[in-house]
Ligand binder design. Structure first.
Ligand code: SF4
Length: 182
């Protein structure tokens, strides 16, 4: 715990401030607050959404990890969980809602349909073969459907990415795929 050692050097071991001041980096503090209060956007498209709802319900209780408040507007959300089949008709709406979310924002592709087209990959002429064709995906959660434990694991991976963010590094923002619907 080097910061405690630093405090002792600065204030001496008898200082009343010794146990009340923490020294850290702005990046670490901001990232800690962000990863401790992830607000996903309500975004269920098909059967996978039922598992997403189960993740928020009492048995799995996503609130334990600071990620409970599903928002009904993209402007208050920093995580999009795309849960279900993305049809070509829905794809432009997915893209628009993603664009309306403020930075920094993250995406989980939940379920085989969202990851690659799933059971529709061969004959589903109406289904987008992977949501990463229109928005950048940070974490893929495979399965048909994935269980709530798998979605929670995906959330943990997102929180790890949030912890590595740099406030002044905007490279993620500059790398956005263009709208491409087959
Ligand atoms: S991956 Fe399976 S459970 Fe999920 S939306 Fe597609 S068909 Fe439904």
């Amino acid at each position: 715990m080097s910061h405690i050692h630093d405090q002792e050097l600065l204030m001496g071991t008898d200082s009343p401030l010794q146990d009340n001041i923490l020294i850290t980096q702005v990046d670490k503090l901001v990232n800690w607050t962000r990863r401790s209060s992830v607000w996903p956007m309500t975004f269920g498209l098909a059967c996978c959404a039922i598992e997403m709802m189960a993740t928020g319900a009492s048995t799995y209780d996503i609130d334990r990890f600071g990620s409970g408040p599903f928002r009904a507007t993209p402007r208050q959300a920093d995580l999009m969980i795309v849960a279900g089949t993305v049809s070509h008709k829905m794809a432009p709406r997915v893209k628009r809602l993603f664009d309306q979310m403020p930075e920094p924002k993250f995406v989980i592709a939940m379920g085989a349909c969202t990851v690659s087209g799933g059971p529709y990959i061969k004959h589903g002429y109406h289904v987008l073969k992977g949501v990463d064709r229109i928005i950048p995906v940070d974490v893929y959660v495979p399965g048909c459907p994935p269980r709530p434990e798998a979605l929670l694991e995906g959330l943990f991976r997102i929180q790890e990415k949030m912890q590595r963010e740099r406030l002044l590094d905007r490279t993620r923002v500059g790398v956005r795929p263009k709208l491409l619907v087959e």
